[in-house]
Design a protein around this ligand. Structure first.
Ligand SMILES: Cc1ncc(COP(=O)(O)O)c(C=O)c1O
Length: 455
């Protein structure tokens, strides 16, 4: 264990503790209903929490902090498959040895948070790992932020400073960029900014049209031309999620992005890619690498699975002093875990056409396809996605039936979430700790739930 204190006694205790925690957490490895005497605990804990924060929760879910692999336990003793991982952060699942190690190593440190004025080797190491893994691109720097939304705010500031006074932005319909004052305008869904004054001028153009792939590029380019014509010489950048998460994992082929990005470059726009949700989850560490778009990207934002957030950017976009700062880079545990995650993913057998991520994608999509052609014919009418980001539609893909489905799925032992509107999709962000045995059980639960809900 790579701990700060030098005492062999502490080293020895830490090693023992590591093994004991691993063994203890392995007790949580199968779907289980709540314990009868604890069944009320989640509801009462959430009632108080809801009263204090002023808003309720989507699921009756309160983690006990115990779980293993894809399994998570609640304070009522119930255990479920976690196929959404807090909408992204838990890419390795629960109680992964690497997470436990990061916690224990950091437990021997002198503070909790690492920041800009007092850096620690953990921050330098994760930055170095990130830069090492984008060496085929023009990205040269990485700056930490406190959230994915703030990583996007930072990206926007870098671009604005360079392009002053061209402050207008182009983003995509169905985009989700976060909840900050700036990113709520980039996010396409108007319901997320009710009553807000507009702070960023954003023109939304269609992303890849899955229903009309042949004409998708032309549709996007036509829309791009229209918005530029309507506001000539005012745009600074094109902001895109290559795989739209909240949209229901919508993406196009490499040629589509090349066409769009070539047009953007010809029109003097920076290319800003939001990988807050996609980082780590395709056949490469970054989705832009998966699509072979290394040469195009000017700014890339990351978060979630990395455990810390921030923006990678080119030398050209390195800002003037004073523009960017912030107290926190992240906790020492998060920074340590993030660096370990990059190492684990890139040095393990996860990426490439024959990696575990491609295998998970293939297995999930072929099993969904099988259900849609057999027992769930007419009840699962779409399945798609890429890497560990899988989506499918149930029934008429309305929001109501999708919510009913995922709530029933939760009751039956799987935590998933939804994405998109018209159609609304069931969204899974798979943990890498899934085995084939888990997947077989997961599909039995999905099939049973579809048959229960979709008549
Ligand atoms: C694509 C994308 N960008 C940005 C964000 C915002 O990240 P955060 O919630 O950490 O602020 C999210 C969060 O879901 C996201 O999916």
């Amino acid at each position: 264990m790579d701990i700060r204190v030098t005492s062999p006694e502490i080293q020895d205790q830490m090693n023992k503790l590591f093994s004991s925690i691993l063994l203890e957490q392995q007790k949580y490895m199968q779907v289980r209903k709540p314990d009868a005497d604890k069944a009320h605990l989640v509801e009462s804990a959430l009632k108080e929490y809801t009263a204090n924060r002023g808003k309720g929760f989507f699921y009756n879910y309160m983690s006990s902090g115990r779980g293993h692999g894809p399994f998570t336990e609640q304070i009522d003793g119930s255990i479920k498959y976690d196929l959404i991982g807090g909408i992204g952060p838990n890419i390795l699942g629960h109680s992964h040895p690497l997470y436990i190690k990061a916690h224990l190593e950091s437990a021997c440190s002198d503070t909790v948070m690492c920041g800009n004025l007092q850096p620690y080797p953990e921050a330098a190491a994760i930055t170095e790992m990130l830069m090492k893994n984008v060496s085929n691109s023009r990205l040269k720097h990485f700056w930490f932020t406190g959230s994915g939304s703030f990583a996007n705010d930072l990206a926007l500031k870098l671009i604005w400073q360079k392009k002053e006074p061209k402050y207008r932005l182009i983003a995509c319909t169905k985009a989700f960029a976060g909840r900050s004052v700036a990113t709520q305008d980039i996010t396409h869904n108007e319901a997320y900014r009710q009553g807000m004054p507009q702070s960023v001028q954003v023109d939304h153009v269609p992303h890849f049209d899955q229903t009309d792939p042949e004409n998708a590029l032309e549709k996007t380019i036509t829309a791009l031309k229209e918005v530029v014509k309507a506001n000539p010489n005012q745009h600074c950048a094109l902001m895109m999620e290559i795989i739209q998460g909240e949209g229901g994992f919508i993406y196009g082929p490499k040629e589509y992005y090349e066409g769009v990005f070539n047009w953007a470059k010809e029109n003097d726009l920076y290319i800003w890619i939001d990988e807050v949700q996609t980082f780590g989850r395709t056949r490469e560490l970054f989705a832009f690498q998966n699509m072979g778009l290394d040469q195009y990207v000017d700014v890339v934002t990351v978060g979630k699975a990395l455990q810390v957030c921030g923006a990678l950017f080119t030398e050209e976009l390195n800002p003037k002093p004073g523009l960017i700062a912030g107290t926190f880079n992240g906790s020492l545990t998060a920074l340590n875990a993030g660096e370990k995650i990059i190492r684990y993913l890139t040095e393990g057998n996860f990426y490439g056409e024959n990696g575990r991520i491609a295998e998970l994608e293939h297995t999930f999509l072929s099993k969904l396809n099988h259900l849609s052609k057999n027992s769930c014919k007419g009840k699962i009418n779409y399945s798609g996605g890429i890497g560990t980001m899988i989506a499918f539609e149930v029934g008429d893909a309305s929001k109501d039936i999708t919510i009913e489905f995922i709530k029933k799925l939760f009751e039956n032992g799987i935590i998933a979430f939804m994405a998109g509107n018209q159609p609304t999709r069931v969204r899974l962000l798979l943990p890498l700790s899934l085995t084939d045995e888990h997947i077989n059980e997961i599909f039995k639960i999905i099939e049973q739930t579809v048959l229960e809900v979709v008549k």
